[in-house]
Design a protein around this ligand. Structure first.
Ligand SMILES: CC(=O)N[C@H]1[C@@H](OP(=O)(O)OP(=O)(O)OC[C@H]2O[C@@H](n3ccc(=O)[nH]c3=O)[C@H](O)[C@@H]2O)O[C@H](CO)[C@@H](O)[C@@H]1O[C@H](C)C(=O)N[C@@H](C)C(=O)N[C@H](CCC(=O)O)C(=O)O
Ligand SMILES: Nc1ncnc2c1ncn2[C@@H]1O[C@H](COP(=O)(O)OP(=O)(O)OP(=O)(O)O)[C@@H](O)[C@H]1O
Ligand SMILES: N[C@H](CCC[C@H](N)C(=O)O)C(=O)O
Ligand SMILES: [Mg+2]
Length: 471
């Protein structure tokens, strides 16, 4: 009979009338906070059957995160009509953002939710995580609907999928971009990581929905199998794709032309973005919009008007000698290879790559990141990228094991300055790993600090100083 006033997964956010979700976490056990949540006014607790709940209703479920999500989704209503989700190791933010842009060009009020935060027609607000917690996620969806947003594309990270952070909504289509090494500190192995991603097709996308799958990577066929096993419609995209077939791709100076086939018709698109990886993301975004009713000709036309995604092959500066400096969010071995491959056709001289690996994240990807950088670059400078709770020198040493002979400059500003000073007129500088990020995260727990740092601004400052414009 009680009136539900809200939902919370953190006992500190419980108010009278709240339904509290008590989950076993990686750090602490949320069940320990059940008495405190009830004391604060929780009227019901969603928890495992074996949890102790006294003084409030016990909504017992062996998968309490899932049960909580489906209950909360009935509270946070209405939500936008058309919702799509993107998973994959790399490209989620780009696809979500491009999908939002294509919808906007078609005249819809559209938003995206992901690493860049919540982006609406009016503003962009950070949430701190790629996939926010379930309460923030559902409340955001309801809030967007109140603002008149009808179309939302969101990023489904493997952490988010494993922890049921985005459930309970009608998701009309889901996309899979690729799978490669990342997050093996959290997932047992690549199969486990893939299985986490495939919850998107197995559970989250609506029965009767569509799976949009990039067809040109090793895991594509398994992703198709997972979607087909659920009975989803398949829209395969890429050179091997039969939904949107990439017939030819020709890099140009500031962009590329794509020759496509869809439903028996051929299309020529001039994409104002460089790199095979950006073409792939744009086509997956096009697939999501077409899968949810978009007119194909209009969608392919919109690709010609896409704006760059922040921090993804963003041209930050031109050095005094005339070398372009690019900032890219590559933070996996595959991402680095993709960013380097994107720039290669544009390099007449040397490619100078500056990057590091994050602390408290999959240590096994560090040496392979070094290898990827060394394989594609003419000069590599290994620096720091969010050391968090680790000793930055230890992280750099691990990266350097994959990149013997690379320079080591821990201070990221000095590393960027050195790369820019080194670049001659025919060279290109790539600064990888932080993209849009606005800070360097050092320390952990109570000692965690975020030191303001923006690769784009630092690149501009260094290039300006070299040119003597900004002594
Ligand atoms: C490893 C991981 O994903 N952890 C996330 C997860 O924590 P958890 O469920 O293990 O929670 P916990 O801290 O052990 O606490 C357990 C439960 O007790 C509750 N609690 C806790 C303390 C308290 O005083 N009272 C209380 O009620 C918590 O709300 C939680 O429900 O749920 C928390 C609440 O939503 C998140 O803040 C936390 O993100 C941490 C900070 C994090 O760094 N996550 C990163 C790795 C992450 O999620 N990244 C992905 C992927 C990025 C990518 O795309 O590559 C992302 O989606 O951002
Ligand atoms: N389709 C792709 N194939 C390979 N690499 C890609 C692809 N898309 C993006 N990348 C690389 O990954 C980087 C991050 O891209 P993006 O932010 O779109 O991915 P993400 O999946 O959202 O990442 P995160 O896991 O941090 O949320 C890019 O800067 C680029 O270097
Ligand atoms: N979503 C990714 C972002 C990594 C970005 C990089 N700058 C780092 O800190 O490792 C993660 O949390 O693993
Ligand atoms: Mg992202």
């Amino acid at each position: 009979d009680a009136v539900v006033t809200g939902f919370a997964i953190d006992h500190r956010k419980v108010a009278p009338g709240t339904i509290f979700g008590a989950f076993q976490g990686g750090r602490v056990n949320g069940e320990d906070f059940i008495p405190a949540a009830i004391a604060a006014g929780a009227i019901a607790v969603v928890a495992r059957p074996e949890a102790r709940v006294e003084g409030a209703a016990h909504l017992a479920d062996p998968q309490p995160r899932r049960a909580f999500a489906h209950l909360a989704a009935q509270f946070f209503r209405p939500v936008p009509d058309t919702i799509v989700a993107v998973t994959g190791t790399n490209g989620k933010t780009s696809v979500a953002e491009m999908t939002r842009q294509i919808w906007r060009i078609a005249g819809f009020s559209a938003a995206s939710i992901g690493t860049l935060g919540v982006t609406t027609p009016d503003e962009s607000v950070s949430t701190g995580l790629t996939t926010p917690d379930i309460v923030t996620f559902l409340a955001t969806m309801a809030g967007l609907s109140r603002e008149g947003v009808t179309h939302v594309a969101y990023e489904a990270s493997s952490h988010g999928l494993t922890q049921f952070r985005n459930e309970g909504l009608r998701v009309a289509a889901g996309a899979f971009t690729n799978l490669s090494r990342d997050h093996l500190d959290y997932h047992a192995d690549m199969d486990d990581y893939f299985a986490a991603k495939m919850r998107l097709f197995g559970d989250v996308v609506d029965a009767g929905g569509t799976a949009v799958i990039w067809a040109d990577v090793a895991w594509s066929d398994r992703a198709c199998d997972a979607a087909a096993a659920r009975g989803l419609a398949l829209l395969r995209v890429g050179e091997r794709g039969d939904g949107i077939t990439l017939l030819a791709r020709t890099p140009g100076h500031l962009g590329q032309t794509l020759q496509l086939r869809h439903a028996g018709q051929e299309y020529a698109v001039t994409l104002p973005l460089i790199g095979a990886y950006q073409a792939a993301n744009a086509l997956v975004a096009a697939g999501l919009v077409i899968a949810t009713g978009g007119n194909a000709a209009a969608v392919f036309d919109a690709l010609g008007r896409l704006q760059p995604v922040r921090g993804r092959l963003e041209r930050a500066a031109i050095t005094a000698t005339g070398a372009p400096v690019y900032v890219d969010y590559a933070h996996t071995p595959d991402g680095l290879s993709a960013a380097i491959a994107a720039l290669r056709p544009h390099v007449a001289g040397r490619l100078i790559t500056v990057f590091g690996a994050g602390g408290d994240r999959d240590p096994g990807k560090r040496a392979p990141m070094g290898e990827a950088a060394l394989a594609g670059s003419d000069l590599v400078i290994v620096t720091d990228d969010n050391p968090r709770g680790e000793d930055p020198a230890v992280i750099r040493a691990a990266v350097l094991r994959g990149a013997p002979g690379a320079q080591e400059i821990g201070d990221r500003r000095q590393a960027i300055a050195a790369a820019i000073a080194e670049a001659g007129s025919t060279d290109i500088v790539l600064i990888a790993g932080k993209g849009h990020e606005q800070g360097q995260i050092v320390g952990a727990g109570e000692n965690l600090r975020v030191l303001p740092f923006d690769d784009v601004s630092v690149a501009r400052e260094c290039a300006g100083q070299m040119a003597g414009m900004n002594p």
